[in-house]
Write a protein that binds this ligand. Structure first.
Ligand SMILES: Cc1ncc(C[n+]2csc(CCOP(=O)(O)OP(=O)(O)O)c2C)c(N)n1
Ligand SMILES: [Mg+2]
Length: 559
């Protein structure tokens, strides 16, 4: 509260800046190092979500950044709190997501003594963030917080860490607030767009590939209009499926792990690739095999919001430094000769054929059939969250995403993301159905945030694909070291009982046909729910089994 002399504590100034920058939600695990901020929350209208582990809090903030394009905010305590949060920081880095994490710090007069839980945050987070800093002077709080929001959001977005010495937070200052930060769009130049039009006019088999962040539904719609005009096939990169409507006649599919071989063929045969927004990282580039490095074999146009990203791996024939949103808006005004037409119809037919019917699987629960049931029965505004593991392959292949930010999942492949992301999405959008799909290994990395869902009355539905394995690792093991199983097996708890112990709804599904009743039971309960699926460990991907992988690998070794 402002004193008669117009002073506020630095902590109060900080919380006021958050409100000015449009923050509504804060995710935290409390710590004595930032008690003054917690106290300032007391008098604010910020929605506080108190979590069970800082990794969950940081992932929740990251999910908010992904869904809204504005920095998600979390608060963690010094030392172990900050290091626990690091997976969320790493995801924000790799996924280009705006995030601001505030960390408590020891008092200024004890720094450098390795005081209790002291860490040098600039050093610890220096290589993982866009900016890691410490606020020494309370009078500079508005400036530092404003910069944190700008840095996190602009260009290629990413995480920022701001450390807060505890004695600094209680100092009173008379200082003016900063103005609300602005998200700055970088628009493509007229000359570049003219070059793009000429390249499209000359191409025989052009394609668009969408990835990265700084998208919106409007941007996705603008790309769809342009693609339709010129029959351009549009693919999405790993875990960016939500950037384009899967049922749009131009959608060509997902360039993730185990993509449709026809999509890969189509890209290889293309004479013009326009990559919009993405980095074309290791997974979508199929381990850097799709495009020659540094100069791709076909004409390559790269549109990216970060100038430093252009030419980093791929040396484009045309580089356009623009946000996907500004680039997409410019497409509406772009005139390309009408005769410039791609092969969207064939590409979309390939996509539909690849995703239409679940593949045959060993075992009594077919995860593909569950995904098809969800795609046919979930309302259009439902959000799907997941982490990492082979189970996700069935989401990517069979769930057809129709809207921007309908899929919240880490391109960085971080396990444990789905539950916290689902909690964050339900907190943000209480009226929308939120489904988390997790592996058994994946779920228990942050399964404790199910307690957060219960605490805030957030009826998320978590589906746990229980195959008793760290399946991805087992798959690689059978491929590289056939028959030599070590360190990849799991003995699991009763996941349905786990849900009930937390105060939620739990069910276990042994046959595909029973999934519907379990899902409807979860919905009807109105509680956060866990539905455990008994998945046969042999059903390791939608197209092969562990036994087949092992046999193939042994045969290749002549054994
Ligand atoms: C935080 C983290 N730790 C380890 C890994 C390595 N890893 C990738 S997938 C995987 C196994 C996932 O197991 P599960 O969630 O049960 O899914 P499944 O593959 O069995 O479907 C592991 C250990 C990772 N990606 N992230
Ligand atoms: Mg598993």
């Amino acid at each position: 509260m402002r004193g008669k002399d117009d002073t506020r504590t630095a902590a109060e100034v900080l919380v006021d800046q958050l409100r000015i920058h449009g923050v509504r939600h804060v995710f935290c695990v409390p710590g004595e190092s930032y008690l003054a901020v917690l106290d300032a929350f007391h008098d604010s209208d910020l929605a506080i979500t108190v979590c069970r582990q800082e990794g969950g809090a940081a992932m929740m903030a990251e999910a908010v950044g992904k869904a809204t394009g504005r920095p998600g905010v979390c608060f963690v305590t010094r030392g172990p709190g900050a290091t626990n949060a690091s997976p969320g920081i790493h995801i924000a880095r790799q996924d280009s997501t705006p995030l601001v994490m505030f960390v408590g710090q020891v008092a200024r007069d004890t720094r450098e003594r390795e005081a209790f839980q002291e860490l040098d945050y600039r050093a610890v987070f220096g290589s993982m963030t866009k900016w890691a800093t410490e606020v020494d002077d309370p009078a500079r709080m508005p400036e530092m917080v404003s910069r944190a929001f700008h840095v996190a959001t602009n260009g290629r977005p990413g995480p920022v860490v701001v450390s807060l010495p505890e004695d600094m937070l209680t100092e009173r200052v008379a200082v003016e607030d900063a103005p609300a930060f602005a998200v700055i769009e970088t628009s493509p130049g007229a000359a570049e767009m003219a070059k793009l039009a000429a390249l499209l006019a000359a191409a025989r088999s052009p394609m668009l590939i969408l990835g990265g962040s700084r998208w919106s539904q409007a941007a996705s719609d603008a790309v769809a209009r342009f693609a339709q005009k010129h029959a351009l096939p549009v693919a999405t990169t790993f875990r960016r499926l939500h950037l384009f409507d899967a049922l749009h006649p131009c959608y060509a599919g997902d360039l993730g792990i185990g993509p449709n071989p026809k999509l890969v063929e189509r890209i290889n045969a293309s004479d013009l690739i326009v990559l919009v927004g993405g980095r074309m990282g290791e997974l979508p580039s199929q381990s850097y095999t799709l495009f020659d490095i540094p100069r791709p074999q076909m004409t390559f146009v790269h549109v990216h919001p970060g100038a430093e990203e252009l030419g980093r791996v791929y040396s484009p024939h045309l580089a356009i430094n623009a946000t996907p949103a500004a680039f997409a808006a410019a497409l509406d005004a772009l005139t390309v000769t009408a005769s410039a037409q791609g092969q969207a119809a064939a590409a979309h037919a390939d996509y539909l054929a690849w995703t239409e019917i679940p593949t045959e699987q060993p075992g009594t629960v077919n995860l593909g059939a569950v995904m098809v049931w969800l795609r046919e029965n979930l309302p259009a505004d439902a959000i799907i969250c997941n982490g990492a593991g082979n189970y996700a392959a069935w989401i990517h292949r069979f769930f057809r995403f129709r809207h921007f930010a309908q899929h919240i999942a880490p391109t960085s492949g971080s396990m444990g993301y789905g539950v916290p992301a689902a909690v964050a999405m339900k907190r943000l959008y209480p009226e929308r159905p939120v489904v988390c799909v997790a592996g058994d290994g994946d779920f228990l990395m942050n399964g404790q945030e199910f307690a957060t869902a219960v605490q805030y009355g957030l009826p998320i539905i978590t589906i746990v694909a229980d195959n008793g394995l760290y399946g991805t690792i087992r798959m690689h093991q059978e491929r590289e070291y056939p028959g030599r199983v070590v360190g990849s097996e799991l003995r699991n708890p009763d996941f349905a009982a786990y849900a009930r112990a937390f105060g939620g709804f739990g069910a276990s599904v042994e046959r595909t046909a029973d999934f519907r009743a379990a899902f409807e039971g979860a919905l009807a309960s109105g509680w956060p729910a866990i539905i455990r699926l008994a998945i046969d460990p042999e059903a390791i991907t939608p197209v092969t089994t562990l036994a087949k992988i092992r046999a193939k690998s042994l045969a290749a070794r002549g054994e």
